[in-house]
Design a binder for this molecule. Structure first.
Ligand SMILES: Nc1nc2c(ncn2[C@@H]2O[C@H](COP(=O)(O)OP(=O)(O)O)[C@@H](O)[C@H]2O)c(=O)[nH]1
Ligand SMILES: [Mg+2]
Length: 243
């Protein structure tokens, strides 16, 4: 398997089967790792059914809702230990991250770059967002990028593809953030390692069904975490040289 895609789920029963179908219809050499937090709507059982039918599907069950940052982190940690996939991708389950862009992300990561799905490069964008939401999202990326000096235009997204060697050097166990702040924390560490980023334009669409789990407190964690990263970094790239 060339690419293992880590997908966190919480109440995505309606999205998971069509997402599964779309991903395996891409013609890529894929595996999928679903990280479900005991979703009340039965997403975990649906994931188990898919895994029974399709040996390329794996499922991690966690006992309760622990946040999307830790779901990605545990998924990647498991993937590094249990698979040899040279590329590890991440995406949300709600079709905000359209499966049709995965081949472009994989292609970019094959060159050794950290491939970042980006709304804020030519060809990228958002669909059906009001002005307020656009400004908030764009502003958040500019804020994070400016404070941390990152050469990436979209810093709040979770649609990415990582070369395995890069992820292995990020020391996932010591990531501090549990919510979606973990996403920019990983990007920051990759930058400190001197990694090259390649932004792949994506059009971000709101979820078709189900509800967002992004809350004010998770957003606040993300807002404050940037300063913690800037001034109190518990990560030294020199301790994580290439293998
Ligand atoms: N395992 C797990 N997945 C989560 C959790 N919170 C959100 N997700 C998943 O993470 C992805 C993004 O979450 P979503 O609620 O769509 O956030 P939004 O896109 O920022 O509104 C979706 O696939 C969710 O099902 C969580 O606590 N645990
Ligand atoms: Mg979403």
């Amino acid at each position: 398997m060339e690419t293992l895609v880590v997908i966190p789920t919480y109440n995505e029963a309606e999205n998971l089967p069509p997402l599964h179908e779309a991903l395996f219809g891409l013609g890529l050499d894929l595996g999928v790792l679903i990280v479900d937090d005991n979703s009340p709507d039965g997403t975990g059982e649906i994931a188990d059914d898919l895994a029974r039918e399709n040996p390329r599907v794996m499922v991690l069950h966690r006992p309760g809702k622990q946040g999307l940052g830790t779901a990605y982190r545990e998924g990647f940690t498991w993937a590094l230990e249990h698979t040899e996939a040279p590329l590890l991708a991440q995406m949300d389950a709600d079709f905000s991250h359209h499966p049709s862009r995965l081949p472009a992300l994989v292609e970019a990561a094959r060159s050794g770059a950290v491939a970042v799905g980006s709304r804020y490069v030519p060809g990228g964008g958002v669909k059906n967002w009001g002005l307020g939401r656009r400004l908030l999202s764009r502003g958040a990326s500019i804020y994070v990028g400016t404070v941390l000096g990152l050469p990436v235009h979209d810093l709040t997204g979770a649609y990415k593809c990582w070369p395995r060697e890069v992820l292995a050097r990020l020391d996932l166990a010591s990531l501090k953030a549990g919510g979606f702040a973990a996403l920019s924390e990983m990007t920051y560490r990759a930058h400190l390692l001197g990694c090259r980023f390649q932004e792949v334009p994506i059009i971000f669409e709101d979820r078709r069904v189900g509800q967002s789990k992004l809350t004010g407190s998770i957003a606040m964690e993300a807002f404050l975490n940037v300063w913690r990263l800037r001034f109190n970094l518990n990560y030294d790239p020199k301790e994580h040289p290439p293998e």
